[in-house]
Design a binder for this molecule. Structure first.
Ligand code: DC
Length: 229
């Protein structure tokens, strides 16, 4: 069967990565979490005290960053490696979440990440989630999904996830972070978050995981059929 490129864009904490992982497993496709790359770059900037207002420092730092996804036998997922170190748990922490939108808005950072994402997808048979995958990274993808969900539901989902790792986190903190990230991601100059004209909107506020997967699996079948001739 023909292998396609599936892009999943949308706001923070809509469940993009959950859906992307399920689809990739079901179709035997490669899953790429583009947000992990921006998170790893942000972690490097924080650790190395890079002043990202200074473009010279940004360029020098990018020259010293090597990103790689490495398959984890235990979890069956891909872990993000930054300069040969597994940074998977660290990049999900609040210190990174608080800064990642700022770093991801820098044009040089985006060019650096997008070039690598395009290389990874060259072979097709991939599901990639992010903010600009259907608009900038793979504008010619066969299936583009734009995910959204009620903001209150998104805050609750994210809170649950973070609280499990850090019981000191408050609902207010999570809400503020999501709102700020959505604002910066949607309003930045360099490839802002927006729905591609040919993307299908998926509002999963009232869908179970199974309903969502069934619905999207049908879209995948349709996309493969219509691009097979
Ligand atoms: O998907 P995520 O929450 O892990 O993404 C982290 C941040 O990275 C998000 O706030 C915006 C940025 N990002 C981006 O600008 N472009 C992408 N393709 C993916 C993520």
């Amino acid at each position: 069967m023909k292998k396609i490129i599936i892009t999943i864009d949308g706001y923070s904490s809509c469940g993009k990565s959950t859906l992307a992982k399920q689809l990739a497993a079901k179709l035997n496709y490669l899953y790429i979490d583009s947000g992990a790359m921006y998170r790893a770059i942000t972690l490097y900037f924080i650790q190395q005290r890079v002043d990202w207002a200074d473009i010279f420092q940004v360029k020098t730092a990018l020259d010293n960053i090597h990103l790689e996804f490495v398959h984890n036998q235990l979890t069956g997922q891909s872990d993000m490696f930054l300069n040969e170190e597994n940074v998977e748990p660290m990049i999900r922490e609040m210190v990174v979440a608080e800064k990642v939108s700022e770093v991801a808005a820098i044009k040089e950072v985006r060019n650096f990440a997008v070039a690598q994402q395009q290389k990874m997808g060259a072979g097709r048979g991939i599901v990639m989630d992010g903010r600009d995958i259907g608009t900038v990274v793979f504008p010619y993808a066969e299936l583009k999904i734009f995910m959204t969900a009620d903001p209150g539901i998104r805050v609750q989902r994210r809170f649950k996830e973070l609280y499990a790792k850090n019981p000191n986190i408050t609902l207010h903190e999570v809400k503020e972070n999501l709102e700020l990230r959505d604002y910066i991601d949607s309003n930045r100059e360099a490839s802002p978050l927006r729905k591609a004209d040919d993307a299908i909107i998926l509002d999963n506020s009232n869908l179970t995981m199974d309903e969502q997967l069934d619905l999207v699996s049908q879209w995948v079948e349709d996309a493969i059929m219509s691009h097979s001739s």
